[in-house]
Design a protein around this ligand. Structure first.
Ligand SMILES: NC(=O)c1ccc[n+]([C@@H]2O[C@H](COP(=O)([O-])OP(=O)(O)OC[C@H]3O[C@@H](n4cnc5c(N)ncnc54)[C@H](O)[C@@H]3O)[C@@H](O)[C@H]2O)c1
Length: 361
């Protein structure tokens, strides 16, 4: 396979735009089609990618035998049906997470894709493609921190507020938290064994927008995961707090970032490092490069997340949300404050996880 890989992007919102940019930049891909049901998105697609055929009906892409790969980047409610159509049409699939709108549908996607092993499929669990997590994992594997014992993950931003969109992706701990559930499981190399989750219904919204879960993996590693889009949405100057803290029997490894630069600190028995490099955003370039290389070589890159990994992350994120509902879950604040937040975010041009307005600056 020497020529460019022909791809159709279905869903041209924020993520769809990232795929187009990464694919244009790499020179490995021919973005033959872009599909979106929204006219403004199609106009933008035509402007940004004049060589692509821009359509409002995804079926055109599935019906074109020249298209080898589809990127599924609409919201989650459309995913299972698109996966079914893509597999029936013999297309390889790069899917956004979550891979479906409900857990049952996610497992349908797993079973459908596993029944078609000749077609390459992956989902964008983007943390797995990050340089910082790979650096830390390699350090652990070298034995530098002794035995892995404790995984602490935290991601709190003044990001997507309830009711702003992403309604099919679930509360913040599923929509975003599934990434951190996944990365904890990836570090542990084991399955979750026990959990206890505490959440709060910030602004008295019906669903919790902050949740912390702790427990054990079945190899004895313990974890705590904290995720919330509740971190000072109305602060004059906003900030966030995002880190991973890994503790072994002999040393530690940790990372924090400001969305521009990530800093990894490694304190092992023989080595000390402080590594500062560009954060890398959603790492779509790495995901696409690994996918393209796997297709060209016929050998799946082992770092590509599977649909099963993604369903597992969804499953545990939903279970932790369910667990939190079994305990005291206070409601704090008022819906008036939430409305103030939404109003502020509607007018922000530079902020955390701003909703897609079909205008990309
Ligand atoms: N991997 C990550 O880190 C990450 C980060 C953000 C979002 N996401 C996921 O990516 C997906 C897209 O999120 P987004 O933020 O880009 O949303 P978005 O609202 O910006 O974009 C979605 C686009 O899909 C279009 N669309 C909806 N249904 C369609 C259909 N049936 N056919 C064609 N187009 C359709 C919409 O018009 C919109 O332009 C979501 O599932 C979200 O959870 C993943």
């Amino acid at each position: 396979m020497d020529s460019k890989l022909k791809v159709g992007i279905i869903g041209f919102g924020r993520m769809g735009g990232f795929y187009l940019a990464a694919m244009q930049q790499s020179g490995e891909w021919d973005v033959a089609y872009i599909c979106d049901v929204c006219q403004e998105s199609r106009e933008l697609a035509a402007k940004l990618s004049p060589t692509s055929i821009v359509v409002d009906n995804e079926q055109v892409i599935f019906d074109d035998p020249q298209v080898q790969v589809v990127v599924l980047s609409t919201l989650a409610d459309a995913r299972r049906e698109q996966v079914r159509k893509a597999l029936a049409a013999g297309k390889h699939i790069i899917s956004e997470k979550p891979i479906a709108d409900t857990l049952d549908h996610a497992w349908d996607v797993v079973h459908m894709t596993e029944a078609n092993p000749h077609l390459l499929t992956t989902a964008n669990l983007y943390l797995r493609n990050s340089w910082y997590h790979q650096t830390i994992k390699e350090f652990i594997e070298q034995g530098e921190i002794g035995e892995l014992a404790i995984i602490r993950v935290c991601h709190m931003t003044p990001g997507l507020a309830p009711g702003e969109g992403h309604e099919y992706e679930g509360p913040a701990f599923h929509d975003c938290g599934m990434h951190y559930v996944d990365i904890a499981r990836w570090y542990a190399g084991a399955e979750f064994k026990t959990w206890h989750a505490q959440a709060v219904r910030m602004w008295s919204y019906k669903d919790p927008w902050w949740l912390q879960c702790h427990g054990t993996f079945d190899n004895g590693v313990v974890y705590d995961i904290t995720q919330g889009f509740v971190y000072g949405q109305l602060a004059k100057d906003q900030t966030h707090n995002s880190y991973i803290d890994i503790i072994g029997t002999k040393g530690i490894a940790r990372m924090t970032h400001d969305f521009k630069t990530a800093v990894v600190e490694l304190r092992g028995v023989t080595q000390t490092h402080r590594i500062e490099r560009p954060y890398g955003g959603k790492n779509i370039d790495r995901l696409c490069a690994r996918f393209a290389a796997s297709l060209r070589s016929g050998v799946r890159n082992p770092h590509l997340p599977t649909m099963r990994d993604t369903a597992m992350a969804s499953q545990y994120a939903w279970m932790f949300l369910d667990d939190a509902r079994q305990h005291d879950m206070p409601a704090i604040g008022s819906l008036d404050t939430l409305e103030e937040i939404r109003e502020r975010r509607r007018h922000m041009t530079n902020g955390y996880g701003l909703i897609h307005r079909n205008v990309r600056g």
